[in-house]
Structures are given as C-alpha cells and as structure tokens.
Design a protein around this ligand. Sequence first.
Ligand code: AMP
Length: 143
Amino acid sequence: MQVRHILRDKGREVVTILSDATLSEAACLLASKRIGAVVVRERDGSLAGILSERDIVRALAQASVNALPQAVARYMTRAVATCCDDDSVDELMEMMTRGRFRHVPVVDEGRLTGIVSIGDVVKTRIAETVQEAQSLREYIAAG
Ligand code: AMP
C-alpha cells in the first residue's frame, strides 16, 4: 500500500496558513477544521513549515496568552519531513515513528499535493488487516 492509495480515499485537500498569521488564528483554524496540524506557507506560496497542536501547547506553556498574537513563524517547525505518492505506508510509519510526528505533507515536483496523518495510516493498516483475515478465512473454508 502506498501514499497514493491513502490519498485516493481521503482526497488531496491541504489546509494551509500564512507564516505571518497569528497563533490565535492558527488555533481557530485547527479547531474549525478538526485537524491537528496545518502546513505553513510564505506569501509566494512556498512551503515555510508545519505547525501542530503540540507547537501551540508549547507556545502557551512558554508565553501563556502572550503567545496568541505572535506569528505562526515563531513557533512552527521549519525542517518539514515530506513524502511522495510512491512512498509505502510502511516507510511513512517508520518516518513518523523515527521523527516523533503525526503529520507528513505529500510533495510532488515541489508542489503540495496532500497530507497524511497517523490517523490515516492506522485506518489503512486496519483495513489491510481485516482484508487479509477475510482472505485467509475464505482460503481455509475453500480447502
Ligand atoms: P505532531 O505529532 O504532528 O502533532 O507534531 C509534533 C511536532 O513535530 C511539532 O513540533 C510539529 O511542528 C512537528 N512536525 C509535525 N509534522 C512534521 C513533519 N512532517 N516534519 C517535521 N516536523 C513535523
């Protein structure tokens, strides 16, 4: 199973925010879209970083409510690990485990074409396991 199979089911919409938006705006966006991370863009459209709910919690722990009017750029992660359509779900799981993050943007020839979360990976894994069990049951029943 590859990243493209996950995106075929979930779609390729990616929620983004500008790097000079405030942390408060980012929190509202995460809440309204019911997501855990947002890809951060510069005004020219290039990828600037990623901001997750964990970054917001860390900012609040450091600066309390004073963090809320600060720019997203101040708290986002700049070195974003990305994947592509051809990467396997196993490779993605390894990347997330090693990097200790739960979101990976999908990039194709420099263009943002999707995002995969740990929830998407787990859902895919469970579907694969159910399918395998069903095939085994059918094989045994036929024998
Ligand atoms: P998450 O587990 O995705 O909520 O993120 C945990 C931490 O990793 C936060 O500091 C994020 O900014 C950062 N992070 C999330 N996704 C990525 C990624 N794909 N590459 C690098 N850092 C990330």
